[in-house]
Every structure is written in C-alpha cells, then in structure tokens.
Design a protein around this ligand. Structure first.
Ligand SMILES: Nc1ncnc2c1ncn2[C@@H]1O[C@H](COP(=O)(O)OP(=O)(O)OP(=O)(O)O)[C@@H](O)[C@H]1O
Ligand SMILES: [Mg+2]
Length: 270
C-alpha cells in the first residue's frame, strides 16, 4: 500500500466569478519511506498540490489517500517546510523547535522537549544560535531551524515546498547535503514530497522525480532516479551516467509538452 496516493486530483480556483484550473487530473503515489521530488515551471500548481497534501485546500475533484484513508484535513502525521521562513518571530530557535515537538509528540515534559530541540539544532549545526530569535538569524540559518523543527516533529511525512529557494547558491548546496544526510541517517526514512525548480537538487535528493506540465499542472513524467544510496555529491557528479541523466531531464523539463506520450525508453540513455 502506498503512503500517499493521489488519484485524479483537480483543483479549480474561483476569483471574482472566473474559474481557473490550477491542477488537472493529477495521479501519482508515493511509497512509504520514499523521497519524491515534484518539478515543474512556475505557476504549474506545485504549491497548490502541497496545500492539498497538507490538508489546507480541498480538491475540486479526485482523492488523496494517506495510508489508504482519505485525507480530510491537516494532520499530525505531516510536517511542512516552506520556501519563505515560517518560524515564529517571538520564539527563539530552540523555542520554535520545541513548539513543533509539542504539536506532534506527546508525553514529553517541557524540559525534555527542550533537550530534543537542542539535539536537532546540533544536527543542523546551530547549537550556538539556539537562543537567538529568527530576526537575528540569516535566511539560511532560519531554514536550518525550519528543517530541525520538521525533523524533530518526527512525522511520517515531510512536505517541502522549495525549502531552499530563497537561500544563496552555496548555502543551498550545504542545506541539500544536510537534508540528505539527516534523511539517509534516519532509522526509518520519512516519506518526503519535495517541490523544486532545480533539476540537480531533484536528482541529488530523490528516489523519483515527478515532472509536471505547464499550467494547468498534471503529471507528464514519473522518473526513477537510478543512482544508489547513500549518495554523496562528488561521487554522483563524477558518475559517468550522471551527465546523460541530467541532460535528459533538462531536455524534458524545457520540452514537456512535446514529450508527453513518449515512453521512457525513448529518452533515458542510461
Ligand atoms: N488562492 C488562489 N486563488 C486563485 N488563484 C490561485 C490561488 N493560488 C494559486 N493560484 C493560481 O494557481 C496557479 C498555480 O499556483 P501555485 O502557487 O500552485 O504554482 P507553483 O507551481 O507553486 O508556482 P511557483 O513555482 O511560482 O511557486 C497560478 O496561476 C496561481 O496564480
Ligand atoms: Mg509554489
């Protein structure tokens, strides 16, 4: 049974009487413990998809099943990291992580929650900054806290909407490596749906890449990433198959409409 099963999902927005279809007939599933990236151009409905998975938006038609049961709203089984910084400004880094833990993990005292928060802040390299407020953290540091919070909440599912989209190129690479290392090191891997524009990021992190068409978004390709885990960036970049795979994904990304209907064998070189 799939962890997440999206069946014929469509979302239509209504704005001042006009209807706009953001997602059209989207179907795909994500296995337990799988890391799946959704990639597509701006406006194709990726954030809309995530808001449905989060339980904040009701589909216009279609269904979403989590563990085989219809999704009915927000749930403690799902942690979320957004592109824009989503920390509470009135709480320290430590307070933000401890608050997240309080939402999803019951039976801990306040002191224990702070201890768990410290453990996760250490994992993201922010022990020194644990008593700082978000306004005194750089954008990259704020995203580290958001990652620490999402992981500390220890939900089965992690939903990430371009979580590194607003950080500079170098920090982006560092954060990708951090996320991959933490995810790979977990005893039981979380099921991740990761939204991105970035092909290298999608390949580096994911087991599968789901490519969307332009608006209204629907699945154009569902591609398995063939590189073994645990992954390490230098080894991946030097792998003889990497350049071909990346080039094929890039071609597909910029030429989605023309490629719909082809079989994977037509274009996957490796
Ligand atoms: N609340 C809303 N009301 C009306 N239209 C909306 C609403 N939210 C999103 N849309 C429209 O739906 C389409 C998909 O938006 P969405 O934010 O899901 O795209 P996206 O793929 O996440 O884009 P980006 O990569 O730029 O973040 C866009 O055309 C957007 O203008
Ligand atoms: Mg978006």
């Amino acid at each position: 049974m799939s962890k997440i099963d999206i069946q014929n999902l469509s979302v239509t927005y209504e704005e001042r009487g006009d209807l706009f279809t953001a997602l059209s007939d989207v179907s795909f599933s994500v296995n337990d413990g799988e890391f799946v990236s959704v990639i597509g151009s701006s406006g194709c409905g990726k954030s809309t998809l995530l808001s449905v998975l989060e339980g904040l938006r009701t589909p216009t038609s279609g269904t979403v099943l989590i563990d085989g049961k219809p999704l009915t709203g927000t749930g403690l089984d799902r942690g979320v990291v957004f592109q824009q910084y989503s920390l509470f400004p009135w709480m320290t880094a430590r307070g933000n992580v401890a608050f997240g833990i309080k939402q999803t993990r019951k039976g801990f005292t306040h002191k224990q929650r702070l201890e768990i928060a410290d453990e996760y802040l250490e994992k993201v390299g922010l022990s020194e900054a644990s008593n700082r407020y978000p306004s005194r953290l750089s954008g990259g540091m704020q995203q580290r806290v958001a990652i620490a919070r999402a992981l500390a909440m220890d939900t089965d599912i992690l939903l990430m909407d371009e979580p590194f989209g607003a950080v500079d190129a170098k920090n982006r690479v560092i954060l990708q490596e951090l996320l991959l290392r933490l995810w790979q090191n977990e005893q039981k891997h979380k099921t991740v749906v990761f939204i991105t524009h970035d092909i290298d990021e999608a390949i580096f992190l994911s087991d599968r890449v789901i490519m969307f068409t332009e608006s209204p978004g629907t699945v154009s390709k569902d591609i398995s990433v063939p590189f073994p885990r645990p992954r390490e960036r230098a080894a991946l970049l030097h792998s003889p198959d990497y350049a071909d795979f990346r080039s094929n994904l890039t071609t597909l990304f910029f030429d989605t409409e023309a490629k719909i209907g082809e079989t994977e064998e037509d274009w996957v070189v490796i």
